[in-house]
Ligand binder design. Structure first.
Ligand SMILES: Cc1ncc(COP(=O)(O)O)c(C=O)c1O
Length: 371
């Protein structure tokens, strides 16, 4: 089939249709726009989906992590172990509390926190571990939970990318003392901006609700018992989230199909794999390749947008450099070679064929020109 090579394929695209449009209109007409019954329903349904007793909806995934760390009383001088390969918020929320991020390496197979590297970084000052399901690929929760239990430490899952991710048949979001998600517009399901915190601990959930809303005493209006934020989710966001939730299974099934086609098209190439008993939900589809930057530029020239999540280890970010203790070898190699290909609901077979062919061609040409 002849295609227009200038037709751009984005790396991500929200799946919005009449369901979201009508939900927003209904919400607008209801007159209740700030946090209300839709938020409460969204929390309840999301908590069920995450296999958790409580869900606390917030304004974004960074706010969700902030609440998780704050409610564990992590403060100045405390150490928190984080993977060197993740989004900035995994570590910046630690620093925001005055605590020290200690960077550990990732596992070459799933690109998530390596339990052995995390163990090697535990000190008497360690107060928590924060892991991430990179691109929707589950962490080794068995290894991480055993490590956390052995040292009596809380495990937080920064599950910004974990919607639909499973480990041993259970949602990844059900692991750890606290887990969080992001509903940013690029994510598998969205509320445009938004996030949620999950836990089974009632006292923690209660405190997170208080901090989310200016630290206000739930029984006494304008009486503030905690230093808080305004991290509340709006009814409009929850209305979109509820509409998206109704379609989540089809979003997830589509990603499995797309990932299988990519895997077949890229046979022989290095692609992260899921750990035994783990199900990757494929928020990202990643390949690990040489000449990554040149290949990304060539794909861009042919109208295929890609992402590099993430181009540098967290400890090389200007704001985090002072916390760098040592280099993490696997994180370094991954930052130099990872490329995330277009992944969104409704990529056509023709578009996916084009992505596979263009990537393979670019790799072949660069290899030949180097020979
Ligand atoms: C791993 C990870 N943590 C945290 C966040 C922050 O979420 P948000 O952008 O909703 O604040 C993201 C968002 O991309 C993420 O990917």
């Amino acid at each position: 089939m002849i295609h227009d090579p200038t037709q751009r394929i984005p790396w991500a695209k929200p799946a919005i249709d009449d369901a979201e449009l009508n939900a927003v209109i209904d919400c607008m007409k209801s007159g209740w726009l700030s946090s209300g019954p839709r938020v409460a329903k969204f929390e309840q349904l999301m908590a069920q989906r995450a296999g958790r007793a409580f869900g606390i909806a917030v304004s974004n995934g960074t706010a969700a992590l902030d609440l998780a760390i704050r409610v564990l009383n992590i403060s100045a001088g405390d150490e928190v172990i984080v993977p060197a390969f993740s989004y900035i918020a995994t570590a910046s929320t630690v620093v925001m509390q005055g605590a020290i991020p200690i960077f550990c390496d990732i596992d070459r197979k799933n690109l998530c926190m390596d339990p052995a590297s995390a163990a090697a970084n535990i000190s008497p000052r360690t107060k928590a571990l924060i892991c991430t399901d990179y691109g929707g690929n589950p962490c080794d929760f068995a290894g991480l939970m055993a490590l956390a239990d052995r040292h009596g430490l809380p495990l937080i899952l920064d599950g910004a990318q974990s919607i639909g991710t499973l480990f041993r048949g259970k949602p990844a979001l059900s692991y750890g003392l606290i887990s969080t998600v992001s509903f940013h517009a690029a994510k598998t399901m969205t509320t445009v901006e938004g996030g949620m915190v999950f836990t089974d601990d009632e006292a923690l959930a209660r405190r997170m609700r208080i901090i989310r809303s200016q630290g206000e005493d739930p029984k006494r209006k304008y009486h503030h018992i905690e230093l808080g934020h305004n991290f509340r989710m709006t009814e409009l966001q929850a209305a979109i989230g509820l509409a998206q939730l109704g379609k989540l299974d089809s979003f997830l099934a589509d990603r499995q199909k797309l990932a299988a086609q990519y895997r077949a098209g890229f046979a022989g190439m290095r692609i992260p794999s899921a750990i035994p008993d783990g199900l990757n939900s494929y928020f990202l589809f990643s390949v690990l390749i040489r000449n990554r930057d040149q290949i990304a530029s060539r794909l861009m020239e042919s109208g295929i947008e890609t992402r590099i999540c993430y181009p540098i280890p967290l400890y090389d970010q200007p704001i985090l450099r002072k916390y760098k203790q040592r280099e993490c070898q696997v994180a370094e190699e991954t930052c130099a070679s990872v490329l995330n290909l277009p992944m969104f609901f409704g990529i056509s077979a023709e578009q996916q064929r084009r992505i596979i062919d263009e990537l393979r061609n670019a790799m072949g040409e660069l290899a030949r020109s180097a020979a």
